[in-house]
Design a protein around this ligand. Structure first.
Ligand code: BES
Ligand code: ZN
Ligand code: ZN
Length: 502
């Protein structure tokens, strides 16, 4: 990623230079503590503009002549509802976006209704760092500080100070947010990385690096997976000269012997469709078909980084769905680890084949409290929900409600769709137990979910179809990147609010 701004916290004292950003409420009102010349300048500016303190509206002014500041920015925080975690991320992201080219920014974390709490100030800081993310690894010309104005102005400020009531408390809160931000950044990096660089083996190597933050990592190679009879996953991998892998990550921050919570991800490093090959248009986007695996990896990074008090397992199936003379054919029949036989009628419906073995292995070995899997599974979910909600499918109402609530808080929203015996019937096989597609285009995301449910063995489970949200979603205040890192903040929130021991 591009340079990450340095975040620091200070008391509420006026900075000696740079940009000062302040928070404005109803009618542009400010905290009484805002330095007087700044408050006067904003009042004047508001008087001759439409600035009324509306959420994320802004007023950008040259600093008053008698101050040491360069610029003053007022950002509105007058929302319709009380601000939640995502709203503060947006405030941070929007300040970062509006102060590009500045060397330093100071954010005055007190609004007209009082000082922000440590967690709120920390979320603003997180929003700034997420906004600054830019995948420029392969750009040979990078804008440099001090270069031409135009070039340099693309960058978010290098140093950001949050002026807060209690700097120590805000610093401690930020340490937790920072771990989550690092998880999101890792997920974005993995999804943005092209498939020639990130094959299954390279992905597994990046996962192994998580041992530095205390995650235990095990990698299964094809021989080990064959011994476990994971022929559904291996059938997908067989068309690529780059062998498949399964990575098992464990973070044991909870009580000894307590059942873990489990997250499982689809990691198709590139999806050509196989012999049922995809059309050429937009096929490049299929480098992101490992978005589920990236989210699970980023989540493990986040949970370990903030030393979450919970036992967690993360499992990802890593394969390339490619085409060669040995590739799986339409009509092939494979036996999954569970013993279920599968007719592969479309080699492009490969994600479910990978997850079939990953889910079965997960519940069989770890007996988790629940399993949540993430997958860029179907184009049909984009038709249904676009890019603003992930599809949620579950056999458990309680888990669904918790995911829904976590989605609302973090802005990584999910929308539940049904499962049921009528849909399950649509995947009944002619020559084998089940087939890997439904009937034509009808209910394509649901029949995919029904397929997965065949491999969860009644463990409480939820499937998130993130084909529309993991990549290519519109840029927003805190994400300007193709890959969003969707799922890391959502599942971190789920774990933090419902599964960590006090
Ligand atoms: N990886 C794709 C789904 C996808 C599509 C993800 C667009 C992101 C953006 C998946 O493997 C796939 O190809 N699914 C097929 C299933 C069909 C053959 C039943 C699809 O959605 O068309
Ligand atoms: Zn596919
Ligand atoms: Zn796919």
């Amino acid at each position: 990623m591009s340079t990450k701004p340095t975040i620091s916290f200070s008391a509420l004292t006026a900075p000696a230079g740079g940009v000062l950003a302040v928070l404005a409420g109803e009618g542009g009102s400010l905290a009484a503590s805002v330095p007087q010349p700044v408050a006067t300048a904003i009042a004047r500016g508001a008087g001759i503009s439409k600035f009324k303190g509306k959420s994320l509206a802004s007023l950008d002014l040259l600093a008053p002549a008698d101050s040491e500041l360069d610029r003053v920015l007022a950002v509105g925080i007058k929302g319709e509802k009380p601000y939640g975690e995502e709203d503060w991320l947006k405030v941070g992201g929007s300040i970062a976006g509006k102060t590009k080219g500045a060397e330093t920014i100071t954010i005055w974390c007190e609004g007209p209704d009082g000082a922000l709490g440590p967690d709120e100030a920390a979320a603003i800081a997180a929003g700034i760092v997420l906004r600054a993310y830019n995948f420029d690894t392969y750009k040979s010309k990078k804008p440099k500080k001090g270069a031409e104005e135009e070039e340099a102005s693309k960058d978010v400020a290098a140093a950001v100070t949050l002026a807060v009531a209690d700097p120590d408390a805000a610093r401690a809160a930020y340490a937790l947010h920072e771990a989550v931000v690092e998880g999101v950044v890792l997920a974005r990096d993995l999804v943005n990385e092209p498939a020639n660089v990130l094959g299954p083996v390279e992905f597994a190597t990046r996962i192994e690096a998580l041992s530095a933050v205390g995650v235990e990592v095990e990698i299964l190679d094809e021989k080990q997976m064959a011994a476990l009879k994971m022929d559904a996953l291996l059938g997908v991998a067989q068309g690529s000269p780059r062998p498949g892998r399964m990575a098992i990550m464990r973070w044991n921050g909870g009580k000894d012997g307590e059942a873990p919570v489990a997250f499982v991800g689809k990691g198709v490093v590139f999806d050509t469709g196989g012999i049922s090959i995809k059309p050429a248009a937009s096929m490049d986007e299929m480098k992101g078909d490992m978005g589920g695996a990236a989210a699970v990896t980023g989540l493990m990074r986040a949970l370990a980084g903030r030393k979450a008090k919970v036992n967690v397992v993360g499992i990802v199936g890593l394969v390339e769905n490619s085409v060669d003379g040995l590739a799986q054919r339409p009509g092939d029949i494979v036996t999954a680890m569970s013993g279920t036989t599968i007719e592969v009628l479309n080699t492009d419906a490969e994600g479910r084949l990978v997850l079939a073995d990953a889910l079965w292995y997960c519940q069989d070995r770890f007996k988790p409290k629940f399993m949540v899997n993430l997958a860029t599974l179907t184009g049909a979910i984009i038709v249904a929900l676009g890019s603003h909600h992930a599809g949620l499918f579950s056999n458990d109402d309680d888990l669904s409600e918790k995911l829904h609530a976590a989605g609302k808080a973090t802005g990584e929203k999910v929308w539940r769709l049904p499962l049921g015996p009528e849909y399950d019937k649509m995947i009944e096989g002619k020559f084998a137990d089940i087939k890997n597609i439904g009937n034509g285009r009808a209910a394509g995301s649901i029949t995919a979910a029904q397929f997965l449910q065949r491999f969860v063995n009644d463990v409480p489970w939820a499937h998130l179809d993130i084909a529309g949200t993991a990549m290519g979603s519109p840029a927003n205040e805190y994400n300007q990147s193709w890959a969003s890192g969707f799922g890391v903040r959502l599942l971190n929130q789920l774990v933090a609010t419902s599964y960590e021991t006090a």
